[in-house]
Design a binder for this molecule. Structure first.
Ligand SMILES: Cc1cc2nc3c(=O)[nH]c(=O)nc-3n(C[C@H](O)[C@H](O)[C@H](O)COP(=O)(O)O)c2cc1C
Length: 211
């Protein structure tokens, strides 16, 4: 098998100016809803790109936990690599790839922490083992072995029983989009790309990009 010969033709749908929403949040809502209804695997998984103080980018996958006019929300450990990079540089990018729908959404913007109340409410909605896990895992740190995690989980489980509070180093971030891009694969590599850029008056400029 030669990976250079792996390619497919994208022919499932199209994205036109006339059939897309003028507001990118509505377009995103439609596409995410379609991804969920289509039962694609992990439709809520998105790649998050951040940039470190050394100006080098890094990516990882996180789960979207909310979205509205204010932005896109996910939860994590504030001391993790991504947390440290966001503390130094709040500009970040998100990307969804819904393979079966031949669709990509890219979102770029500025990130801030969600309120403590919002993080508390989401934390309390999580299953118990996830709540204990937030205490047990010093995310992104080097650990001696897996035993560290298992021991920590047992320790915090015994300490907090059924009521673990939200760790102070764990919570949500919200990315406020400055621009969105919607990509729909098309035949002969003539894909559709619509970019929405935030305008000073609160509206959005919608432009077509060459694929
Ligand atoms: C499908 C999927 C969903 C994930 N969701 C999250 C998430 O919501 N929050 C999180 O902190 N890590 C999540 N992870 C783990 C991250 O990808 C990553 O390993 C972790 O956050 C550490 O990243 P960092 O060291 O770059 O900060 C997820 C991984 C996968 C594969």
């Amino acid at each position: 098998m030669n990976i250079a010969d792996l390619r497919k033709s994208y022919e499932k749908a199209e994205l036109s100016e006339s059939a897309s929403h003028a507001n990118p949040l509505q377009q995103f809502d439609q596409w995410l809803t379609e991804a969920i209804r289509s039962e694609v695997p992990e439709p809520n998984a998105m790649t998050l790109a951040t940039v470190g103080s050394d100006l080098r980018p890094s990516t990882r996958i996180v789960l979207i936990k909310g979205y509205d006019e204010r932005g896109i929300v996910w939860y994590t450990n504030y001391h993790s690599r991504k947390g440290q990079e966001l503390a130094g540089n709040p500009f970040a990018a998100l990307q969804f790839h819904w393979v079966e729908l031949e669709r990509v959404v890219r979102i770029e913007g500025v990130v801030e922490k969600v309120s403590d109340e919002e993080s508390d409410a989401y934390f309390q909605s999580r299953p118990l083992d996830s709540r204990i896990g937030a205490w047990a895992s010093p995310q992104s740190e080097v650990i001696e072995s897996r035993t560290v995690l298992v021991t920590n989980a047992a320790k915090y489980g015994a300490q907090f029983l059924l009521q673990p509070p939200r760790p102070p180093h764990w919570g949500g971030y919200r990315l406020k989009p400055g621009n969105w891009q919607f990509w729909q694969g098309r035949k002969s590599r003539l894909h559709d790309r619509l970019r929405y850029t935030a305008q000073a008056d609160g509206g959005w400029l919608r432009e077509r990009l060459a694929p």
